[in-house]
Design a protein around this ligand. Structure first.
Ligand SMILES: [Cu+2]
Length: 250
């Protein structure tokens, strides 16, 4: 068996000049050089081409793997779709494996005893990566303009007081005075609602947007932070929407 192989190798060297890869091919009999799977000495795991180049990607196909496990305390385990090969955990080994890597998959190799320290992956083709969907942010107070809303870093321009009387009269005041012209900015609006029939709706007429600050059935006090953008605003109750009070923000 030895003699014919050596003869083939010499003939091939004469013909092609003999690259390192070719010599390995000739030495192993047939097919491409085996991939090198190695664990140990010490805390080292590697999966490389015959020339020592680390393998991170691989073309789908069938390969020979030369697995060398030099430490009793480690093993080399490679697994993924169609592949599950391992050296023994309590022994040293020198194996030749055949593995078929399927397209568009990720394969993992590791020491099963030290999986978080000794591990690696090989990507074959273009596997679909399932994106981790971030949890939606917690709900925050609503802004009439949809910006700066509920942000704790928000700079408040002022605090407005809104009231709904027991008889359904609505007021919006700043420092005790009815709001007629308001500087543009972010306002905390505290609504005190004493009516079970009336709501308090704040409307940005320029933007065509309205927000209910206090629902009809609600009585009590609640606060909302709202960005008041430049334009014409008013507020009213849906119990009697024809009665509305306007103000301007600028
Ligand atoms: Cu280990």
């Amino acid at each position: 068996m030895k003699r014919p192989a050596v003869i083939v190798a010499f003939v091939a060297l004469a013909l092609f000049g003999g690259t390192a890869a070719f010599r390995l091919t000739a030495a192993s009999g047939d097919g491409p050089a085996p991939l090198q799977a190695r664990v140990g000495p010490d805390y080292i795991i590697s999966f490389t081409m015959a020339d020592g180049t680390p393998i991170t990607t691989l073309t789908a196909g069938t390969y020979t793997i030369h697995a060398v496990d030099t430490e009793v305390e480690h093993n080399f385990h490679i697994f993924g779709p169609g592949v599950d090969l391992s050296t023994g955990a309590n022994q040293e080994e020198d194996d030749l494996w055949t593995a078929t890597f399927q397209n568009n998959n990720v394969y993992t190799y590791r020491c099963d005893i030290h999986p978080t320290v000794l591990n690696g992956t090989v990507t074959v083709g273009n596997p679909v990566v399932v994106a981790t969907v971030a949890a939606p942010p917690p709900p925050t107070a609503v802004s009439a303009k949809g910006s700066g809303n509920g942000n704790s870093a928000l700079t408040l321009t002022g605090t407005l007081n809104a009231t709904v009387s027991a008889t359904g009269a609505l007021k919006l005041t700043l420092k005790g005075s009815p709001v007629k012209v308001l500087p543009v900015g972010n306002y905390k609006i505290t609504v005190t609602d004493s009516s079970k029939k009336d709501d308090f709706v704040l409307r940005d007429k320029s933007a065509g947007y309205s927000q209910t600050l206090s629902a009809a059935a609600f009585t009590g006090t609640k606060s909302t932070t709202i960005e008041i953008a430049a334009g014409a605003w008013d507020f009213f109750s849906n119990a009697h929407p024809s009665v509305h009070t306007s103000f301007t923000a600028k």
